[in-house]
Design a binder for this molecule. Structure first.
Ligand code: GAL
Length: 343
């Protein structure tokens, strides 16, 4: 009974004054600073001038199956790409839909009838532009292209420039990786999702340079997420089973372009063989913190995609071996990660 009154008091206080989150609860509904569920799926995070920007798929309210498609093709209308900002990684302010869908031109890549997935944004120090790449598809996922957009500010609006089949091949699940030397790479599932391409972008990040490698041929890896630690590159991927979960795998390399060596499932604990019912999307390096890496997974709810949740977990290193142990709730302080190096 006492607990009930405590919870009631907490609820009342939180309703009247907006509550300040101080922990991350994987898989639980995560609300923004206005009290609305965060709608930024398949996303990635950019750290720029002391602020984190979380970009993701802005799912529509209504989930339906694409008509005439014989696989589990659940979708919502493409709502564009959203952005949330935060200084502490717990409390996120909605900055709006920073790449808006084109509701006027029915032939546009970003019309609501299309698919806009896995957007990622990096900053180009030379041009001063924020560059977004994303997976562009049509209702049955046959277009399989990579789209690019650009903005002068991290909170947009982004201008859509167009889509392409990079290096003459299809492109679906994807991420971006910007290395310490300023070179940036587009990593995408290609050749019918069978092979993962890693492609060096041009200096302005708006095109492919022509330098690329084919990785894990015929292994059907998706949902790539890359990070660098102590000069080594790590990549977490999922298998290929649509919205349904499967076992994750990590790989290591001495160079971003490879060769990559697949190692093991990094997940530990209950449901580790199903990636805790999640799928990788991004690894977020905690600014200024050595060994502070957060693994971001989506927990898809295929029949109500807007209610898909986020599973964020710290990556724990044993020497050079990354593991991702399940945790019900955690905070950066618990994990010994102190933001911006503060005590
Ligand atoms: C998954 C992919 C998701 C989405 C889904 C559609 O394999 O990782 O981003 O495209 O398929 O079924």
């Amino acid at each position: 009974m006492k607990n009930f009154y405590l919870m009631l008091a907490y609820f009342c206080v939180c309703t009247v004054f907006s509550c300040h989150a101080q922990s991350i609860i994987p898989g639980k509904e995560w609300k923004d600073t206005e009290g609305n569920p965060i709608n930024a799926h398949g996303g990635g995070v950019l750290f720029h001038n002391g602020t984190y920007y979380w970009y993701g798929e802005y799912k529509g309210e209504h989930t339906y199956r694409s008509p005439g498609v014989d696989w589990d093709c659940y979708r919502t209308d493409a709502g564009g790409v959203s952005c949330y900002s935060s200084k502490d990684l717990y409390n996120w302010k909605f900055e709006g839909v920073v790449l808006e869908p084109d509701t006027v031109n029915p032939h546009s890549d970003i019309h609501p009838t299309m698919v806009i997935e896995r957007p990622k944004v990096i900053y180009n120090d030379k041009t001063g532009k924020f560059v977004m790449w994303m997976h562009i598809d049509n209702y049955n996922y046959w277009k399989a292209a990579a789209g690019v957009a650009v903005s002068d500010s991290p909170t947009g609006k982004f201008t859509y420039l167009g889509s392409m089949h990079p290096n003459g091949q299809i492109s679906r699940d994807m991420t971006l990786f910007k290395d310490d030397d300023g070179k940036a790479y587009h990593i995408y599932s290609s050749e019918g999702n069978a092979t993962l391409y890693i492609s060096l972008l041009t200096d302005d990040y708006l095109n492919h340079s022509g330098t690329y490698t084919r990785n894990f041929p015929d292994k059907f890896r998706e949902a790539p997420a890359i990070f660098k630690r102590n000069g080594k590159y790590y990549m977490v991927t999922s298998g290929c089973s649509g919205w349904d979960p499967n076992e994750a795998e990590y790989a290591v390399a001495e160079s971003v372009l490879g060769p990559w060596k697949a190692v093991d499932n990094p997940c530990r604990g209950k449901d580790a063989d199903k990636t805790f019912y999640g799928q990788s999307t991004f690894v977020l390096p905690v600014a200024g913190k050595k060994d502070g890496y957060i693994m971001m997974f989506d927990k898809w709810n295929k029949t109500d995609l807007i209610d898909s949740r986020y599973i964020w977990l710290p990556i724990v290193f044993n020497g050079d071996i990354p593991t991702i142990p399940w945790m019900e709730a955690w905070s950066l302080e618990d994990m010994g990660l102190r933001l911006f190096g503060k005590k």
